[in-house]
Structures are given as C-alpha cells and as structure tokens.
Ligand binder design. Structure first.
Ligand code: BG6
Ligand code: MG
Length: 212
C-alpha cells in the first residue's frame, strides 16, 4: 500500500460545515455594515484560521478595529456558528463519506483529521465520529495555520508515519499548499480538484477508493 495513512481536512471534506461558516461570517459582516460579503470572500476563508478569516472579512470594512474588538467579533461569529453546529446530527454525515471512511478503515489504513478548526472535537461528536479517528489534530493544537504544514505534520507524527506514506484530502487552496509544503501528496475535492498542486482530483470522497 502506497498510503498507509489518510489525513482528512474536516470542514468541506468530511462534512458541509463550510456553509455554516459562510452564513455566520455573513451575519457578522452585516452587523458591522459590510453588505457586500460574497461566497467568493467565503471561499477565501476556507482552510485558514478563525482570526485570518476575520481579517479577510474586514478587508471589506472602511473602519479600523482594535485587537480587542477583533477578538470580540471572532467570538460573536463563533457563537452564531456554534448554534448552527448544534443543529447537526449523525444524519449530517453523508452516506458517501461514511461508507468511504469505513472501507478505508477496513483496508487497514490509519485515519486522521488535520483541521484548522477549534470546533473540530464538537463537530466530530455531533456527526457521530467522536472516537472514530486514530488521530485528531485541530486548531487548538497548532501555532501556525494552513498553508503552513504544521497541522498535517503533527497528524502524521501521531499516526507514526512519514509524510510520503500519508495522503492528505482537502477542499481548500491553503490546505493543498500546506500538504505539499509538508511533503504530502494531496487529493482535492470541490474547487481543490482543479488546483495544479492537487495530485488526485476527487468528485466524491468515495473516488479515493479507486485511487488507492
Ligand atoms: C477551517 C475552515 O476548517 O477552520 C475555515 O475551513 C475556518 O474557514 C477554520 O476559519 C477555523 O474554524 P473555527 O471553527 O476554529 O472557527
Ligand atoms: Mg476545508
């Protein structure tokens, strides 16, 4: 087996929490007078940390915000986002993702999450994967966000595998860049299927089963 380990991004790969991120950021934008926050802005926030996502949003504001105000804004967004996450359940894990994860587990591979999100554990619990993965590295455990490879290198270390034996699965430009910077091959889903640095384009997560 070329890849003994698979490291999955969470938001936009395992579950569709990216739509909640967008709605919560849009609500925050409107609360501070930004009326032109679009899905294209939301796409730029994919993969990057909460505070970097806020900076992307604030580029659309004419006002300057202090660090204290920025923390309060990020907290405001996260509260709205967590309420949305609270509506999630096992039914938010798609059949395609569920069967793919179980097939990969059955093949003997080690499976990990490498996510920028500080809500990772909560999300995994909501969708019934709270104790499924062999390793989970999230936004609370890293000091440099994607496109820095830290999150994926930590996950590979916890799986006790070198980067070249792990495949990273991502939906974000920042995530594909992080993977390649860490010496990993990358599978891309959604827009990431078309990035030049993506090794394996995926239409559905189950396409992994034909690649491996
Ligand atoms: C990533 C998302 O998974 O997590 C980003 O793609 C988000 O858009 C980042 O900013 C941080 O998420 P959280 O849940 O810690 O605010
Ligand atoms: Mg993602």
């Amino acid at each position: 087996m070329k890849f003994q380990g698979i490291i999955f991004d969470l938001d936009g790969v395992i579950c569709s929490t990216d739509k909640f991120h967008f709605l919560a950021w849009k609500q925050l934008a409107e609360s501070i007078g930004i009326t032109n926050f679009t899905q294209a802005d939301g796409d730029l926030q994919r993969g990057v940390s909460r505070m970097e996502s806020l900076e992307i949003l604030l580029r659309k504001s004419k006002r300057q915000f202090s660090d204290e105000e920025k923390f309060a804004l990020a907290e405001q967004k996260n509260n709205v986002y967590r309420q949305m996450l609270g509506t999630m359940s096992k039914t938010d894990l798609s059949e395609n993702v569920r069967t793919t994860l179980f097939a990969l587990r059955k093949s003997g591979r080690k499976l990990a999450i490498g996510s920028s999100s500080k809500n990772t554990k909560y999300i995994l619990e909501r969708i019934g994967l709270g104790s499924f993965f062999d390793a989970v590295v999230d936004g609370n455990m890293i000091s440099r966000g994607k496109p820095d490879p830290e999150v994926f290198l930590k996950a590979a270390e916890l799986l006790d595998l070198p980067p070249e034996e792990c495949l990273v699965v991502e939906d974000a430009a920042a995530g594909i860049r992080a993977a390649r910077a860490g010496g990993f091959e990358a599978a891309g889903i959604g827009d990431a299927a078309n990035f030049p640095a993506t090794t394996y384009p995926l239409t559905l997560l189950s396409d992994l089963l034909t690649i491996l």
